[in-house]
Design a binder for this molecule. Structure first.
Ligand SMILES: *Cc1c(COP(=O)(O)O)cnc(C)c1O
Length: 354
């Protein structure tokens, strides 16, 4: 398929790296493509970043049939542009599409479209370590129809946002709050897909946690409310004794690419690593026995986010003296060194754009 290009006449300017926040600034262009049952995916095009005119009856607005991805492009010290495990993001987008009755995309074709858009927008990619160009591929249901069914038509788009270092005040541990009353997802539901409704479902507890002064919610499983699942929109890891533990993917947890990268490195480094169920009671016991050494979240936005404190009911567990632990630091450095081209890409995770 031929990708048409319509360039913006008046190009914007990228703010200084030090002024970048997260998700507020968008670049000059976007990629768009539409789907209809008779044409399949059609009219792939690069156009100026602009509003999408939608009927107020658009199905996505009412029934939440929408999926997305989040990944980043990095600029190396030599000025090269590179992506980290981007094909895994498109594979996961197709997994989410299947779960939400959305038609599959051609992963190779969409990868080519992304690269072409990146080349056009290369001046928008920040250069300082810790900054990057955040990439948001999205698919929305576009039938104007009131009534619940899968849509017949869809829009696929990719937008870019230059983002700053996630750690404005350095690589510091966050305080997290265990939700006893709310759950994010249940097995058999859509928790393992990156779909809009999961984030709507997380808001009430997140706002509650924020009011109490906590950065994120630690989610327990939706059925027994006993097993740890995720933290905010990140996967979670614990170091108890000499074991590195992350909850197994059993249907209600988002299969994070950063999670998979941590597991891969941990196994390569011959660490004692387990993907298994871990209950909040096991955490409490480990805390009391002083064997809970570290906890950290993993996700594209922050890569690794150390956890310094967990609050569960009246109980407060301070972890690693509230400081960043050696494991969190080691994984953070190993992954970001590969992303920014400061270490050899021994795992073939990098895809060069230019
Ligand atoms: C995106 C996301 C993650 C992290 O996935 P990465 O591929 O590592 O960025 C974890 N949990 C939830 C709920 C997410 O949406």
């Amino acid at each position: 398929m031929e990708i048409s290009v319509r360039e913006k006449e008046q190009k914007g300017t990228r703010p200084a790296d030090s002024e970048l926040g997260f998700g507020t600034i968008f670049t000059d262009h976007m990629f768009n493509m539409d789907y209809s049952p008779d044409k399949g995916w059609f009219n792939p095009r690069i156009e100026p970043f602009e509003d999408i005119p939608l009927s107020p009856a658009t199905m996505m607005l009412h029934y939440g049939q929408a999926i997305f991805e989040g990944l980043k492009a990095y600029k190396t010290a030599k000025g090269e542009i590179q992506l980290f495990r981007a094909r895994d993001n498109f594979k996961r987008l197709n997994r989410s599409a299947n779960g939400l009755c959305i038609p599959q995309i051609d992963e190779d074709f969409v990868m080519d479209c992304l690269k072409q858009l990146l080349k056009l927008e290369k001046n928008w990619i920040p250069e300082t370590i810790g900054t990057s160009l955040y990439i948001r591929p999205t698919i929305i249901a576009t039938d104007p129809f009131l009534g619940v069914r899968a849509s017949n038509t869809y829009r696929f788009f990719i937008i870019f946002s230059p983002v700053g270092s996630y750690y404005a005040a350095g690589f510091n541990p966050v305080k997290i709050w265990v939700s006893k009353d709310h759950v994010r997802a249940i097995r058999g539901g859509v928790g393992e897909y990156k779909t809009a409704g999961n984030y709507a479902a997380s808001l009430y507890a997140s706002e509650e946690a924020k009011k109490e002064g906590y950065a994120q919610v630690l989610w327990l499983d939706g059925i027994e409310r006993k097993y740890v699942e995720e933290v905010g929109a990140m996967n979670i890891f614990f170091n108890i004794g000499d074991e590195l533990i992350t909850p197994s993917l059993d249907g209600s947890i988002l299969p994070g690419i950063t999670r998979d990268s941590v597991l891969h490195l941990a196994r390569k480094w011959k660490m004692n690593v387990s993907e298994r169920k871990i209950s909040i009671d096991e955490l409490k016991t480990a805390y009391e026995n002083k064997t809970l050494n570290e906890a950290f979240g993993s996700g594209t936005a922050a890569v690794i986010s150390p956890v310094g404190l967990i609050k569960y009911g009246d109980e407060i567990m301070e972890i690693g003296g509230g400081k960043t632990g050696p494991m969190a630091l080691k994984f953070h450095n190993a992954i970001t060194d590969i992303q920014y081209g400061n270490a050899e890409d021994t795992e073939s995770w990098i895809e060069k754009v230019e």
